[in-house]
Design a protein around this ligand. Sequence first.
Ligand code: NI
Length: 138
Amino acid sequence: MSETQRFGVSIPKELLDKFDDMIADRGYRNRSEAIRDMIRDRIVEREWEEDEEVMGVVTLLYDHHQHHLSDKLTGLQHDFHQLVISTTHLHVDADNCLELIAVKGHGGEVRAMANKLISTKGVIHGKLLATSTGAGLS
Ligand code: NI
């Protein structure tokens, strides 16, 4: 971790009040930690925009009775095996499955793979959680 520096910020009172309310709702005890997290969040967004190496989780909710859907989703993951770190399959109930696919790669290729999985016919709900390797965040 690098050296810590303090800096002052001029900000309209009304905006600061809104910020304080927002971070209190989210459980922050002080502004510094909230601001650090917001900066890191923006850096992570930029890592994805700049096609840097990133990490993420793709979630897929689907009905496993859908014809060939499980095979198709598994096939797609094999097509992109270099991006897939691990897959966890949860049998949610008698019909539905939730798959959690941990991924790592360049932002563009990870997003393309996630889009392919999520747009597969029969997937009820899919999301890409975009996060970071953490290399540039300390
Ligand atoms: Ni299942």
